[in-house]
Design a protein around this ligand. Structure first.
Ligand code: F6P
Length: 319
């Protein structure tokens, strides 16, 4: 292995830059050439790549976003687009790829791997929706952002005796809502993995108010009902003033947390180790605080488990 490429694809996640830095520095330390591929798979098939050096990744460990930029590429999934990508790898003599992203990105990587390209994937998504790893890079930073917003909402909620519906991201995964809900003391956590009953939510608002609570936070994972409808129903049935905050893409930005920087650094280092050892077609993860790697196929087919016990704990602690 003489030259590798690195790209970030799909929704960005805080900590991607720290992972890029780790890959580039580890690769150069080991005598490899590194090409930074811009704008994900789109950039790959369009030949948007340039060689990186140690300074290319200076001053980025603390920055959100991705210096390589990102995209969701439909063209790459077509036969023509895919062949263009393979050609670019051949033209630039790239012997291996480190690919950063989430589920959709990993599926693209699997296609490359099946075509004989040595790939290693690093899980980066705020959603934490990949079943084979305990955590993905960017998740805890997003949770911090949500908890910070919830603390601010508590202040103003308390002043006015209001309830707040806070909609968070996560696509089909309730982890951001669950972790932020527990850490922020939310009274109700509404996630796709657990059926929700609006009457139970209302009951908790009334019970809290009756025991003197001046604020009430309902965290709602995106896609599970409509935040404004939930707020309207709760307001009508409890006679409490309710406001809605949709945090949206704020959750995707910001300086990565210490945990995410450490995770990204360890995973980036491991990715190059695997490429050098020709252990390819693999996804890196963290299990029980240990950095692991798994066959890409197996990683992609591992179903995400929802932490029901944590959900029940959060419910009890916020009565
Ligand atoms: O997968 C990450 C994520 O932020 C999801 O939580 C969200 O549903 C989606 O991406 C938003 O995608 P886009 O960047 O295309 O708006």
């Amino acid at each position: 292995m003489k030259a590798i490429g690195i790209l970030t694809s799909g929704g960005d996640a805080p900590g991607m830059n720290a992972a890029i830095r780790a890959v580039v520095r580890t690769a150069i330390y080991n005598g490899l050439k590194v090409f930074g591929i811009k704008e994900g798979y789109n950039g790959l098939l369009n030949g948007k790549l340039e060689e990186m050096n140690l300074s290319s990744v200076a001053d980025i460990i603390h920055r959100g976003g991705t210096m390589l930029r990102s995209a969701r590429s439909e063209e790459f999934m077509t036969e023509e687009g895919f062949n263009k990508a393979l050609n670019i790898l051949r033209i630039f003599d790239i012997d291996g790829l480190v690919i950063l992203g989430g589920d959709g990105t990993f599926r693209g990587a699997k296609k490359l791997s099946d075509a004989g390209v040595p790939v290693v994937c690093i899980p980066c998504t705020i959603d934490n929706d990949l079943g084979y790893t305990d955590y993905t890079i960017g998740f805890f930073t997003a949770v911090e952002t949500v908890v910070d917003a919830m603390s601010k909402l508590r202040d103003t909620s308390t002043s006015h005796g209001r309830a707040n519906v806070v909609e968070v991201m996560g696509r089909a995964c309730g982890d951001i809502a669950l972790y932020a809900g527990l850490a922020g003391g939310a009274e109700s956590i509404i996630v796709p993995e657990v059926d929700f009953n609006i009457d139970e939510v209302c009951k908790r608002v009334i019970q809290g108010r009756n025991r003197g609570k001046l604020h009430h936070i309902i965290v709602l994972a995106e896609g599970v009902g409509n935040a404004y409808e939930v707020a309207k129903t709760v307001q009508e049935r409890t006679n409490t003033d309710v406001r809605v905050t949709i945090l949206g893409h704020i959750q995707r930005g910001g300086t990565p947390s210490t945990f995410d920087r450490i995770l990204a650094s360890k995973m980036g280092f491991k990715a190059v180790e695997l490429l050098l050892a020709q252990e390819v077609g693999r996804a890196i993860g963290i299990k029980c605080n240990e950095i692991i790697s798994m066959d890409l196929d197996q990683a992609l087919s591992t179903k995400k488990a929802f932490d029901k016990a944590m959900y029940e704990t959060a419910k009890i602690l916020s009565i």
